[in-house]
Write a protein that binds this ligand. Sequence first.
Ligand code: ADP
Ligand code: ADP
Length: 232
Amino acid sequence: SALLSLRNVWVEYGDRVVLEKVDLDVAEGSFVSVVGPSGAGKSTFLRVVLGQEVPTSGTITLDGQPLARECGPDRGVVFQRYSVFPHLTVLQNVMFGLECTKAPLLARLFGDAKKRAADEATAMLQAVGLGDSLNLYPSQMSGGMQQRLAVAQALIMRPRILLLDEPFGALDPGIRADMHVLIRQLWRDFGLTVIMVTHDIKEAFSLGTRVLALDKRRHDPHAPHRFGATAV
Ligand code: ADP
Ligand code: ADP
């Protein structure tokens, strides 16, 4: 059965319909690429799945439960840029996620708990290829390395779903190819369910087990029809 389900989901701003009756089941372990022209509603789709925005109508369930408003530890997210803390080291960046969730009132762990968090964060950083960069600051790293760090941050709470919002869009082609290898490997090793928004059709088809095309024509009759709505 589906891990994530959208039923009759509509998002409207005034009389503008951005998501029109979306019915979607995302199977556990699948990798869904979301494509579509600018303005088709890709960011809106991600915001509602993240719980940052409540749809005008319809229901969203995760594992059969109504989606929590806040982006909880069940969903990790990577944005195109600016998702790491510049004033924290690589290791601190990843530990921060653990500290905030495990000790929300203190926002600090001490003693053994701190050591366990550091070990856990270090292992995750090794998994994304940053095992030798624990004490660097983000500004000392390339864009590709910063995105590896963002991925480690997103995965440290072991989310069921990893949401990627144009995660490789700002990277050079060679680095992007390395990131594709990494993401595919993490998807397999962690048994993740991935939803990735991208402008890159080749990337969408090479990584995705399924490609979801959002069509601007649904809500803007003047928009050029650039993609057919096809699911693979
Ligand atoms: P995409 O990510 O595919 O480019 P978006 O989800 O950002 O598309 O936007 C889809 C449409 O919804 C656009 O026409 C955009 O102008 C409109 N839109 C998005 N957010 C809002 C909002 N908060 N208020 C009004 N219109 C919005
Ligand atoms: P289908 O499942 O009909 O082959 P898709 O997998 O491409 O179609 O789309 C999944 C869901 O998203 C469907 O409910 C479809 O109606 C909806 N959909 C596609 N484009 C848009 C859009 N721009 N706005 C709202 N819903 C859309």
